[in-house]
Design a protein around this ligand. Structure first.
Ligand SMILES: [Zn+2]
Length: 254
């Protein structure tokens, strides 16, 4: 018998994660939180253009009087002295030390940004970090060697053509869906209807916590809650973190 797995995946270690963690606990769901160990406590604002956050402004330069130009939401990272308590019981994964674009780094910078982050997070949280997410969704080609050297076993892109299959190359794990898509529930219905006939199936849902603060039709806390409720009520779907899904995939069914 093959299984169906569902995991969320969240980036950046934001204040909104506190509410996310509370919600995931309530629904018995899992997720890796992809953190930048060099940016704990950092504060910026994210300006929303259309359906997505696209413009980042440091808190020191943020002018509330100009808010009318773009609808800004806080992109505040949880401070270092709080993170262990906030993410207690959840998988911690890397997102580079300083949220750099791996495609634009030298090989030396890439290695340092990945290895430093994996080491710092593993020590701080007392768990072996094996997961990674590419900042800005780029750098899979350039980063592979440094990721392997740091002991990373899976890495998430920002491409949404992942379908419901486990990836052939775990260092290029694509998304099944970005929660903010207008087709989120349609994709979930397809996943619920799909039969894991010849292999396990895997639904990977991606989000940044600040996107729930948009308060738009597709980016809001109510929709987040409805997604969790729809998945949690399925007896045939195993809700877990990405690391656990990869670890269990391929093993004989209990
Ligand atoms: Zn990020």
């Amino acid at each position: 018998m093959f299984k169906k797995y569902f995991a969320w995946s969240f980036d950046d270690g934001l204040e909104q994660d506190k509410r996310i963690v509370e919600t995931l606990r309530r629904y018995g769901m899992g997720a890796p939180f992809h953190l930048n160990s060099g940016l704990f406590g950092d504060k910026t604002y994210e300006g929303r253009i259309g359906n997505l956050g696209m413009t980042e402004v440091p808190a020191a330069r943020f002018d509330p009087a100009r808010r009318h130009l773009l609808p800004y939401v806080p992109h505040f990272r949880i401070p270092a002295d709080e993170v262990c308590q906030v993410y207690e019981g959840f998988e911690i994964a890397s997102h580079t030390r300083d949220h750099v674009n791996l495609a634009r780094c030298t090989e030396e910078e890439r290695r340092a940004q990945i290895a430093d982050d994996v080491t710092a997070l593993s020590e701080k949280f007392g768990q072996q970090v094996v997961g990674f997410a590419y900042p800005y969704g780029t750098g899979a080609k350039q980063g592979a060697e440094a990721l392997r050297a740091a002991g990373v076993r899976y890495a998430r892109t920002a491409h949404t053509e992942g379908g419901f299959r486990f990836p052939r190359d775990p260092l290029r794990t694509n998304l099944s869906c970005w929660h903010i898509s207008g087709r989120t529930f349609q994709r979930l219905e397809q996943f619920f209807a799909a039969e894991p006939v010849d292999d396990d199936l895997f639904f990977l849902m991606f989000a940044h916590g600040y996107e729930f603060d948009f308060g738009t039709r597709e980016g809001n806390w109510g929709k987040f809650e409805r997604i969790c409720a729809a998945v949690a009520e399925r007896d045939d779907v195993v809700c877990c973190s990405m690391g656990e899904a990869f670890a269990r995939h391929g093993r004989p069914c209990e």
